[in-house]
Design a protein. Structure first.
Length: 348
């Protein structure tokens, strides 16, 4: 069994999120996006060659005066595959390579000149993104399992476990990490009815929305569509909607990730045996800091908000169960197409 501590996330099989936009004739074919390395450059109008995704990201960040935070001390490696994993580091990379806020013209700041209805907005989302496929899920799982293991190594109770016990925890916790990150992104960025992966691909309850016309239909397609609708609707209702309604922030996401790591729900309940004191200490500290944050954020109902956030853990665990169920029936969460790194962890 391959150890999760030796994962290589940089192999050539990783899915590329290259834009389908053609490179302008004024740019050489050898030029690449200075931010993420995408080999399809769209423009240099903001001061450095950039792909469509990074240009749009930079413009939106500046126009919205966005303030992002990095949970890894600003050391994220921004590549084409993982450019959506950390918006803080991606924006800093934009500045580093020479993108200039003053290059954004006034019409970029005032937005569209005529109202855009909801259908047009959804159409725009589909045009600028695409339906998630199994290789997107595989890459996002690899990313989240790797980040989850790094997260765990910051906590002594997890760090002291044997490799086998760490893998057992990650089999569940990798999905929890994924749901927190994708739920946060969906709540912040997605139109109603869309669930977003970190690479901006989407899932929608309508299985056929965004499906390639060349997709070969099978006898089981209608059944898959039925399972797909229930699955995505469950994620939207149990995770994305409360994240959006509660306006969950990065600190609260960090608290959820920490508590979920310390309280695995699978059968090996004694996984932290012998470390009960350490686990209780970290858990208590996390709860106290979350309560303090809730009271600072909402002085009039901080205790109530604290309880609402804690209740999200049960919704996330329900989402984990739904994902496991999908691996048996879905062509998006197709377990047979996951690579060995992901399989080794999830089957431990």
């Amino acid at each position: 069994m391959r150890s999760f501590e030796n994962m290589d996330l940089s192999d050539d099989s990783c899915y590329s999120t290259s834009s389908s936009a053609s490179s302008p004739s004024s740019l050489t074919s050898s030029e690449e996006c200075a931010v993420c390395g995408n080999d399809v450059v769209n423009s240099s109008r903001y001061g450095a060659p950039g792909c469509l995704g990074c240009i749009v990201f930079f413009r939106r960040a500046i126009v919205r005066n966005a303030v992002y935070k990095c949970l890894r001390d600003g050391n994220c490696n921004i590549t084409n595959e993982y450019r959506c994993a950390c918006r803080y580091c991606r924006l800093q990379k934009c500045f580093t390579v020479g993108m200039r806020p003053e290059a954004i013209q006034r019409r970029d700041l005032v937005g569209p000149r005529s109202p855009i209805d909801i259908k047009a907005n959804i159409r725009n989302l589909i045009d600028n993104s695409r339906r998630a496929e199994s290789h997107d899920v595989n890459i996002m799982l690899k990313l989240c399992i790797n980040q989850a293991s790094e997260w765990g190594r910051q906590l002594k109770p997890f760090k002291r476990l044997s490799i086998d016990l760490k893998q057992s925890i990650l089999a569940e916790y990798g999905f929890a990490f994924l749901l927190v990150d994708q739920g946060f992104k969906t709540a912040k960025e997605a139109k109603d009815g869309f669930w977003l992966l970190q690479n901006n691909t989407f899932m929608h309850p309508n299985y056929f929305l965004g499906l390639s016309e060349n997709h070969e239909m099978e006898d089981t397609t209608n059944k898959k569509a039925e399972y797909h609708e229930k699955f995505v609707s469950e994620l939207l209702n149990s995770v994305a909607r409360p994240f959006r309604e509660l306006e969950i922030d990065e600190i609260e996401c960090a608290a959820l990730k920490t508590v979920l790591l310390l309280t695995p729900s699978f059968s090996k309940r004694a996984v932290y045996a012998g470390q009960e004191g350490n686990v209780a200490s970290v858990h208590t500290q996390c709860m106290e800091e979350l309560m303090e944050h809730s009271l600072n954020k909402f002085p009039d109902r901080g205790e109530e908000r604290f309880g609402e956030i804690i209740l999200l853990m049960s919704s996330i665990r329900c989402g984990i169960k739904e994902i496991y169920n999908q691996t048996r029936v879905s062509d998006v969460y197709n377990f047979t197409e996951f690579d060995n790194v992901v399989k080794d962890i999830l089957l431990s």
